[in-house]
Design a protein around this ligand. Structure first.
Ligand code: PEP
Ligand code: MG
Length: 652
């Protein structure tokens, strides 16, 4: 079977989406092949997929052959269409490594590629990888089998240590990156390329280096910033395997002194995975792009970085002190006293603006006229808990449980779900946690549930509609939620409601599950049941629905697309898909009025909750809680304290 389609995955199939696609393809027994511009790739090989260089909006043909070819075609086509929710947002637009950089700024100051915002000045810490053997080793033909075995043992050891690191990484950003690198290292295509070189007379070290250089070169030759940045992944993986073969010990980043500027040819995500990031004041690297994994990690940890610095490491290593501005790319090697003073003043100014938000961590914000507005976190997995708590989240306003279901090939068991939901509740206790029941549908692939093809998946079998038809999926989740509710305050909400009967049906299932648990003597608690208001039907029926549930949470992402009849993933209609459109604001107003009349709280958990221009509108309309991803929380808390909830003409 085959289908030709335009790729909607943001920024194309770079490492993480390629890894996600490979996982999806591997969940089918059918062969899956992707074709782009006459070249083809096995979709079960991350390396081949990335080398295909598929970019957003490219036309590709997807071919599936085998017993489950139809389901594979549907789900993978949906993924390629951009419907997958778990793809991390792309970092900001991509200045790529430039061989020649901008002209001299001042005597010692020049510009590199700005890779991560912020200003730093500090002593140099040179991060150099051990030298590679020269000349590269050769072997006799009869030694090849033993050399192949040596390579596979080293590869397995490297994979084990990379996977072990992936499990212990701080923050949500590094883990998927390292997992994606582990996928590349474990790709049979990569092993084949190395074995080919061993058969040609190279020893294992030489074969890994040659295969790595070849593949990295192919990535570097691509006409796409993201693909070129993947050369870093390949070099990183081959260096790690060579390190295992040669018995190298951990990289020098483990010893970096506090406040140092790391100066290197290249820093990779693998280097960073073992590094004490809190001690690093900045990065200055010769290679690397703003789209590299190292840049992504630096940005999410707030470490200023300048890449693409066109000077040999030997010269950089002679500098004692570096001052750099990761926003402009300005760099000074051994700056004079006036430049150091200027950079220190800039650092203080930046710290002051960050510090100005810090008090909001512990504040429960009130508007200037005294209305409390809760600012909570949207989370998608246990990894999001720490950043949310650090940002001062006053609970969880939306836990998207889809990820729990997407991460496994089988449906997660009731026990597995109970453990996850319980952990979220325990970590946030006594603050309330709002968990959304499974919101999955024809627009989002999930390996364990087969979806028939739909012409309009956003208008199709998704959210509560699917759950009510699939008690085998829904009942274990409800039982898990009831069991987890014993651990602390829990609110559960149902997505995509468009009819009161759906609420009645969900309530009946909750009663059944509760009776079942009680009959079996299984400990459980109670939760408040709410609904997401995401459809025009729910907004129009809000007065009646408000009498049925304990709270509303407005999903402005979907509510906007349905009110405006403008697909939220289609850039051509983005002009219409705006939460500040009067029609959407009127829908929100109807819901807030209905909630106020019934005396139930109303939250907003769509993207609009974090938009500066929407916060006063939503609070003014009567919204009680705004829920958003962690980085926006402090800013929104501060904004809440600066607004009047009641407009002047309505004030008594
Ligand atoms: C929404 O629709 O606003 C929402 C929060 O749900 P999701 O983005 O997961 O569809
Ligand atoms: Mg939604």
């Amino acid at each position: 079977m085959q289908r030709t389609l335009s790729v909607g995955v943001r920024d194309g199939l770079h490492a993480r989406p390629a890894a996600q696609l490979v996982r999806l393809a591997k969940s089918f027994t059918s062969a899956v092949v992707l074709e782009r511009g006459g070249a083809t790739a096995d979709a079960k090989s991350p390396l081949k997929l990335m080398l295909l260089g598929v970019k957003e909006a490219d036309e590709v043909t997807l071919r599936t052959t085998g017993d489950d070819a139809a389901a594979a075609l549907e789900q993978i086509a949906a993924f390629l269409g951009g419907a997958e929710a778990g793809i991390a947002p792309a970092p900001a637009a991509a200045p790529v490594i430039a061989a020649s950089v901008a002209p001299t700024l001042a005597e010692t100051g020049r510009r590199g590629v700005p890779a991560s915002d912020g200003v730093a000045v500090g002593p140099v810490h040179v991060h150099a990888h051990p030298g590679l053997p020269e000349p590269l080793g050769r072997i006799a033909p009869e030694a090849a089998p033993a050399e192949v075995e040596r390579f596979h043992t080293a590869l397995a050891d490297t994979l084990a240590s990379v996977s072990a690191r992936a499990g212990t990484l701080p923050g949500a950003d590094l883990q998927p990156i390292v997992e994606a690198l582990a996928d590349v290292a474990g790709d049979p295509e990569w092993a084949r390329l190395v074995e080919e070189r061993i058969a040609g007379g190279a020893d294992a070290v030489a074969a890994v280096l040659l295969a790595g250089t070849d593949v990295a070169g192919r990535f570097e030759a691509m006409d796409d910033a993201y693909a070129r940045a993947r050369a870093e992944d390949i070099r990183s993986v081959s260096r790690a395997v060579v390190g295992t073969l040669l018995g190298w010990t951990a990289t020098s980043l483990a010893e970096v002194p506090a406040g140092a500027i790391v100066v290197a040819d290249e820093v990779t995500a693998l280097d960073l995975s073992g590094a004490p990031l809190e001690r690093i004041a900045g990065f200055l690297c010769r290679c690397g792009a703003a789209t590299s994994h190292a840049a992504i990690v630096a940005r999410s940890h707030g470490i200023p970085a300048v890449f693409g610095w066109d000077e040999p490491l030997e010269r950089l290593a002679t500098a004692k002190v570096v001052a750099l501005d990761g926003t402009t790319g300005e760099v000074h090697l051994d700056p004079d006293a006036a430049t150091i003073a200027d950079f220190q003043a800039r650092i203080r100014a930046r710290q002051a603006s960050v510090a100005a938000l810090a008090p909001y961590r512990t504040i429960s914000p009130r508007t200037r006229d005294g209305r409390a507005v809760t600012v909570a976190a949207n989370i998608g997995s246990l990894r999001d808990i720490d950043p949310a708590l650090e940002a001062g989240a006053e609970g969880v306003g939306l836990f998207r449980t889809e990820l729990v279901f997407m991460e496994t090939a089988e449906l997660p068991s009731e026990d597995q779900q109970t453990a996850i939901y319980r952990e979220v509740i325990e970590r946030f206790r006594p603050r309330p946690v709002t968990i959304r029941t499974l919101d999955i549908g024809g627009d989002k692939p999930i390996p364990a549930i087969a979806f028939a093809p739909e012409d309009n998946p956003f208008l199709g079998w998704r959210g509560v509609r699917m759950c009510l038809d699939r008690p085998d999926v829904f009942l274990p989740q409800i039982r898990a939620l009831l069991r987890a509710a014993a651990a602390g305050p829990l609110r559960v909400m149902v997505p995509m409601v468009s009819d009161i009967d759906e609420v009645h049906a969900v309530k009946a299932l909750i009663d059944t599950c509760r009776a079942d648990l009680a009959a079996r003597g299984v400990a459980h608690g109670r939760f408040d049941l709410g609904i997401m208001v995401e459809t025009p039907a729910a907004a129009l029926l809000a007065p009646a629905l408000a009498r049925e549930v304990a709270f509303f949470s407005i999903g402005t992402n979907d509510l906007t697309q349905y009110v405006m009849a403008a697909d939220r993933t289609n850039r051509q209609v983005a002009r219409l898909c705006r939460p500040d459109h009067p029609a959407v604001i009127e829908a929100v107003r109807l819901v807030c009025v209905a909630a106020a009349v019934a005396g139930i709280p109303v939250a907003v958990c769509g993207e609009a909750a974090a938009r500066a221009e929407m916060v006063p509108i939503l609070v003014g309309l009567g919204v009680d809680e705004l829920s958003m991803s962690a980085p926006a929380i402090l800013r929104v808390k501060k904004q809440v304290t600066e607004i009047w909830a009641v407009p002047p003409e309505a004030r008594p």
